[in-house]
Ligand binder design. Sequence first.
Ligand SMILES: Cc1cc2nc3c(=O)[nH]c(=O)nc-3n(C[C@H](O)[C@H](O)[C@H](O)COP(=O)(O)OP(=O)(O)OC[C@H]3O[C@@H](n4cnc5c(N)ncnc54)[C@H](O)[C@@H]3O)c2cc1C
Ligand code: FES
Ligand code: FES
Length: 493
Amino acid sequence: MIDFLLNGQPRHCEATPEISVLELLRETLGAMGTKEGCASGDCGACTVAIGETGADGELRYHSANACITPAHQLHGRHLVTVDGLADGDKLHPAQAAMVECHGSQCGFCTPGIVMSLFTLHEQQRREQDKALAPLTPQRLEAALGGNLCRCTGYRPIRDAALTMNEHPEHRPLWMDAAAPEPKAGPAMSESPFAQPTTLTELIECLERHPEARLVAGATDLWLESTQRLVRFERLIDVTRVAELNVIEETTLEDGRRGWWIGAAVTYTRLEPLLEEHFDAFAHLLHRLGSSQIRNRGTLGGNVANASPIGDAPPVLLTLGSRLKLVGPEGERELPLEEFFLDYKRTALQQGEAIRALFLPYPVEGETLKVWKLSKRREDDISAVLGAFAWRLDNGVLRDVRLAFGGMAGIPKRAARAEAALEGKAPSAAAFQQARLALSQDFQPMSDVRGSAHYRQVSAANLLERLRLVLIIENQAQDATASPREVMLHAYAH
Ligand SMILES: Cc1cc2nc3c(=O)[nH]c(=O)nc-3n(C[C@H](O)[C@H](O)[C@H](O)COP(=O)(O)OP(=O)(O)OC[C@H]3O[C@@H](n4cnc5c(N)ncnc54)[C@H](O)[C@@H]3O)c2cc1C
Ligand code: FES
Ligand code: FES
């Protein structure tokens, strides 16, 4: 049984392990305002807002795709849907602005768009001084990037977003109501949807049911249910395990300092740390899925999923990340490189979970670049992704690490290309060798995202881009060189 608030009303519902929030709403509770479009997290028609009370006692809403959010994760939370936004006959500012700006034609996408605007509005309200936190184009794109509209066109929707704060603040009072305290069941590890809250409870669940599937944000796992009709007999939800939700500073035995990122920390929570320390990684994060996906998806899920086109693994490989795994036999650590064995096969044993991922502090003098190639900028999976780190020591490349996604059955470093550059000046000849070496490092596959040839050429082009960037960044110190001169110089070398 799950207990939650739906638009301020307490609900006590029975739910099977594989039922989604969308199914619960439409099929069990008859709340039909939330629509189903793609059932795979791509279109945003099913967007809802989920309110959680944080450690500071404040209720915060985040947007989520109801079609791929497990209903059990609502336990102890506050679910807000489009059916509940208006305050009697007074429209919420997100709704009023959409009406005023003609932001809807067929209207199928509209409930989802209104809900994305609602969560944006809620965040802005929390920031209190809207004048000081203007809606930048980046923030607007991030808020609406996970919502497709096929007939209105985005300009009126954008106008609605830009003007919603000018509408009267009609908002039902229950929106600030705290969600019910989650009650852990007495035989929690026997529940088909176990929700442990501590590491000890998680290990107990893993010991009793090593065959259970683990679920975090469900943004990968749930596609097995909606697209491949897999039925989950037993799930262990890691999202409430306190120890998996922390970011801790640490020093490893080898002396490297950095952070252990709990496997259940969402991308949205990770964003400030990346923005402060890893520009290139933060930029990639802004292009990973949509707000709805980043609000729920985790690094732990991205790595455990072991997709060859997952975005984070190549970056983590380049940074020299490690994993901490837990299970009934205890804890063990291993370098991320030893985790990926073969296509979708990892070193994770049955009954083990990822506890945390180690992210080292940026090394002085080291540069990180990450380039993702996909068909769309927003909300699209990579065809090829290159992550590159190096130091320039007296004009010579040192500690070169080049990792790629989309080029093999697993995310992988390009050992031969790295060797071609290590200890060399970043000359055209060295990069020519590195590009040639790439064809020995990888024999990519053809699939819907790109042919093997496209992938091979694109990866080589990313190395060429790296060479040009190195030249440009060196030249940038020469303030007298024009951008054209810099480019000509780059091509001449
Ligand atoms: C619309 C859409 C867009 C997307 N865009 C991108 C994108 O641009 N780039 C990208 O890389 N990915 C993308 N994804 C995929 C997905 O969002 C990411 O891989 C995400 O990081 C998965 O994390 P999660 O917490 O949702 O994992 P889940 O779906 O909960 O789990 C994924 C897998 O990891 C396992 N798992 C989860 N946590 C643990 C743990 N602690 N220990 C061991 N195993 C665990 C699960 O059993 C499952 O096998 C997208 C998905 C969707 C639906
Ligand atoms: S129905 Fe398309 S994102 Fe959920
Ligand atoms: S109004 Fe028709 S899809 Fe957006």
